[in-house]
Design a protein. Structure first.
Lengths: 113, 113
């Protein structure tokens, strides 16, 4: 089954608002969590990542919240801008030799002016 | 900086044909990955390799072979192309052998006639 799930495939937010993207995972051995951003016809690029020893990480307008007991993490984008419009992929993995990332299906964020 | 080069960008094959996709990276990264991207299904891992001559099966390895001839290159073979193989194949690499930042190539778009 799918190890990482994004239940909402799309989200529309007004410019200046807060965008919240959610991700659930099944494997409680996962200890590395990331969000990738993908523009149309481009490849995904890493936005922000966090390890399981923290429950929050901020980077500018981006914040990742991690809820390990709930096996859930989210990406909050404050002051959303039209250039934030893209597909956002969450990913999770287990640190250690030979491990790999499992990705969610992606969620399309549209920020309307 | 470095770059991941995938060739060809577009690959058109016949049903039943054996097709090979190539990937080169000059990051000197240990781990390389092949993901398949289908509309509405996110990224699914086909094969990965943590070092030269190593191969690890992902979630979608059936119908594919892979080869890590040297550290910088990782090729993927579709053993018998099927109509439902139309997808974008993304190669990625990461510096360490554990789940860390992935750097993606620009993709190979496969169409099977």
């Amino acid at each position: 089954g799918q190890q990482v799930k994004q239940s909402s495939p799309s989200l529309t937010v007004q410019e200046g608002g807060i965008s919240i993207l959610n991700c659930d995972y099944e494997n409680d051995m996962f200890d590395y969590f990331a969000w990738y951003k993908k523009y149309p016809d481009n490849s995904p690029t890493l936005l922000i990542s966090v390890r399981s020893n923290v429950d929050k990480r901020e980077d500018g307008r981006l914040t990742v919240f991690l809820n390990k007991s709930g096996k859930h993490f989210s990406l909050h984008i404050t002051a959303s801008q039209p250039e934030d419009t893209a597909v956002y992929l969450c990913a999770a993995g287990e640190q250690g030799t030979g491990s790999k990332l499992s990705f969610g299906k992606g969620a399309k964020l549209t920020v309307s002016p | 900086g470095g770059i991941i080069t995938q060739t060809p960008k577009f690959l058109i094959g016949q049903e039943g044909q054996k097709l090979t996709l190539k990937c080169q990276q000059n990051f000197n990264h240990d781990t390389m990955y092949w993901y398949r991207q289908d509309s509405g299904k996110g990224l699914r891992l086909i094969y990965y390799s943590i070092t030269e001559n190593d191969l690890q099966k992902g979630d979608l390895s059936e119908g594919y072979d892979a080869s890590r001839e040297k550290k910088s290159s990782f090729s993927l073979t579709v053993t018998s192309a099927q109509k439902n193989e139309m997808a974008v194949f993304l190669c990625a690499s990461s510096r360490q052998r554990s789940a860390e930042t992935l750097y993606f190539g620009s993709g190979t778009r496969l169409t099977v006639l």
